[in-house]
Write a protein that binds this ligand. Structure first.
Ligand code: TRP
Ligand code: ZN
Length: 445
């Protein structure tokens, strides 16, 4: 007998994120991206071929990717040519015949162009591929990945990555994951291959191309510690990152073993004024690299994100406080455990400062995703929770949170449920007051 022909249905153009409805796509789940990228700094052009291995999650007659701007020259699905219809940032790809629910498929997209960053929703910054005409690197949170590769651009679809980057021979490439072999020389170029074998959300992929010194900083247990410092700031970046192993040690104790194959920092030649927790390779600006040991707090923050944010990612962008509140709270725990102020003191010190904390961290709004309240009041909410359920339950919660949701995503509701399970207490009121109500509550004591 032959199976009846499959009709299939069109995959959704988004995953239904309340803040960014277009992000990600329905109907499939990516397992692996293999990206071959050629960076041409003289023209600002990036030429790419993406091979995307996925599994259909419905009978699929057509699926979308997310890709901003760049021109697609050819697309195949399982080796057969497919005609792409481009609807803005949503290439729509109809396979020659529908793909059955549960079936694996591979799509290959060849593309090229000048990558252009996109607003991050907050108007503060444009995210995605960044360049000064020579050096290039990425800061993608929340929606910039699609500026340099075709992607199912939402944290709910994590995948592993192999990236093969060809750059002028006098440039060095650093990326998420581990370098495989030596760079391979071409005509005036070198090709660098990085393998990132831990599942990763698309906004966390780092690729940096510049005049870097690759620094081997040893290991912590099984974790390789390696950095990439722009040559002009290598000495101060070395000082700034001196305590990396010690920080991993403290956070291992809080959250459980460091979750990925490697960790390190890429310090780029641009005073970004910020850092981003790109997976296994946090990016920092030249200004922060030059702070020396005053960078401890921010580096601890980005390291903590490897557990809270990267291993466990927000279910939707509305849950951003689960990243930023936890990473901020981790700074306070580091302080508490290294002879500084306690978390209780750090939390209370923020009351009455000029920052606007009357913004609910659990629903800050698309335009205010990274507002101070998400960080500070998010951390204060965790301190209030700790005081309500006690240290034993609280630290059990932190470990269970990471362990129960590893390689996946979680929501604020998941946190409430787990905290109630572990403590045996009703915690709706506490979370409502600290996370969802507009007005900042006060600490009892
Ligand atoms: N997640 C970063 C942090 O808290 C901050 C951040 C948010 C960011 N969006 C960004 C940094 C975009 C660079 C670009 O450490
Ligand atoms: Zn952060």
């Amino acid at each position: 007998t032959t199976a009846p022909p499959l009709d299939g249905a069109v995959g959704a153009p988004g995953v239904g994120d309340p803040y960014f409805p277009d992000l990600g796509n329905g109907g499939y789940d990516v397992e692996r991206y293999a990206l071959e990228l050629t960076w041409q700094p003289d023209t600002g052009r990036l030429a790419g071929r993406a091979t995307i291995e996925a599994v259909a999650t419905q009978d699929l007659s057509r699926f979308n990717l997310d890709l901003v701007g760049l021109e697609v020259s050819s697309t195949t699905v399982d080796g057969a040519d497919a005609e792409v219809d481009r609807a803005g940032r949503e290439p729509q790809i109809p396979p020659a015949s529908p793909i059955a629910d549960g079936a694996p498929f591979t799509t290959e997209v060849t593309y090229e162009g000048v990558p252009t960053p996109v607003p991050d929703g907050t108007d503060l910054f444009e995210v995605g591929w960044q360049t000064d005409g020579r050096e290039a690197y990425v800061v993608s949170e929340p929606a910039g990945a699609a500026t340099f590769y075709p992607v199912n651009d939402h944290p709910t679809d994590k995948a592993t990555y192999t990236v093969e980057i060809t750059a002028p021979e006098d440039q060095v490439v650093a990326a998420s994951g581990l370098l495989v072999g030596d760079p391979v020389a071409g005509e005036g170029t070198r090709t660098w291959t990085y393998e990132a074998s831990d599942p990763m959300a698309s906004y966390l992929l780092q690729i940096a191309i510049g005049d870097y010194e690759l620094v081997d900083a040893g290991t912590f247990g099984d974790t390789v510690i390696r950095h990439a410092f722009h040559r002009t700031l290598a000495d101060s970046a070395q000082v700034a990152t001196e305590r990396t192993a010690e920080m991993i040690d403290v956070l291992d104790d809080v959250y459980g073993p460091y979750p990925f194959e490697a960790y390190g920092v890429v310090a780029v030649d641009e005073p970004l004024g910020f850092a981003l927790e790109t997976q296994t390779l946090t990016i920092i600006g030249s200004d922060i690299a030059r702070w020396g040991r005053r960078a401890d707090d921010i580096l601890l923050h980005e390291l903590a994100h490897q557990w809270v944010g990267n291993l466990v990612s927000p279910a939707t962008w509305k849950d951003i406080w689960l990243n930023e509140g936890f990473a901020t709270y981790s700074e306070w725990l580091w302080s508490e455990r290294t002879g500084g102020d306690s978390a209780a003191e750090r939390a209370r010190a923020l009351v009455g400062t000029s920052a606007d904390l009357d913004v609910p961290p659990g629903d800050p709004g698309t335009g205010e995703l990274f507002i101070t309240s998400v960080y500070w009041r998010g951390g204060m909410a965790l301190q209030a929770l700790r005081e309500e359920i006690g240290d034993d339950a609280f630290f059990t919660l932190l470990r269970r949170w990471v362990d129960d949701h590893r390689d996946s995503t979680a929501s604020t509701e998941d946190l409430v449920a787990l905290a109630e399970e572990i403590s045996g207490q009703e915690l709706d009121e506490l979370f409502d007051a600290w996370v969802y109500a507009p007005e900042l509550p006060s600490f009892d004591r």
